[in-house]
Design a binder for this molecule. Sequence first.
Ligand SMILES: *[C@@H]1O[C@H](CO)[C@@H](O)[C@H](O)[C@H]1NC(C)=O
Ligand SMILES: *[C@@H]1O[C@H](CO)[C@@H](O)[C@H](O)[C@H]1NC(C)=O
Length: 263
Amino acid sequence: MSSISALFVLLSYIALVTSAPNGKRAQTVYLAGDSTMAQSSSNIQGWGVYLPYSLSIPVVNKAIGGRSARSFTVEGRFDEITQLVKPNDIVIIEFGHNDGGSLSPTDNGRTPCPGAANETCTSTYNGQTVTVLTYPAYLVNAGRALVSKGAKVIISSPTPNNICESGTCSYTPSRFTTYSKDAAAKIGNSAMFVDHGLYTANIWKSMGKAKVDVLFPNDHTHTSPAGADIVNKAFVKAVLCGGGGLLNGFVKNSTSGVEGSCV
Ligand SMILES: *[C@@H]1O[C@H](CO)[C@@H](O)[C@H](O)[C@H]1NC(C)=O
Ligand SMILES: *[C@@H]1O[C@H](CO)[C@@H](O)[C@H](O)[C@H]1NC(C)=O
């Protein structure tokens, strides 16, 4: 075989294995979130890096450090994913770590307008007058745009900071957990909520302070790669315990095969 025809055979083979039987590419999972989900090149790692090991379909990690639901929106990052998705792709959205704070005296470009619905705030950011929406509104708008392209949306509660920091390991969900749950309900049938924060906290509790502290090498928010692997397991466990939901059939692991217990 000439090298040209060998190359042709190879390319046809690649086209075959990367296509679903109907000629379309395999369903894909996209991740939208902050540094706790994103790929990092330092001593910390985001949990999204470990998700591909647990799923049978491709994962495209679009999470990026330092972003909030607002800045991810304003920078056009949800729009980018909305352009990319094909019907039945799944988008996992998890924000909360950069979504606190106040718009005054200084707007950092990440903080949302206070509230749970369609309240708006007028603010000044980078010398411009801007209209700022609530955290749930950013998620609902992004979710509905994705659903209008035929995608499915998983809204995941944020991971907790080190819950053992104070001495005893205890977890109090932030308001972003309730907001995330409500946003999933508002997006509708093509969306579901995964309580990632709760499942992560339960694994940290079962491990105890000494072991958990080691997994937060820099600060109380970002985990080491080993910590991110566990945070991913918590996500997968939460999905499996909920019957799989929109990821049903795509999780490689059995419920009992994944660390942690169902809540
Ligand atoms: C904003 O209002 C629209 C129209 O009533 C509604 O569909 C949507 O769910 C509201 N958004 C939030 C975040 O409550
Ligand atoms: C699922 O199983 C694969 C090996 O088959 C493993 O690499 C991965 O970490 C497992 N995921 C979870 C969440 O336990």
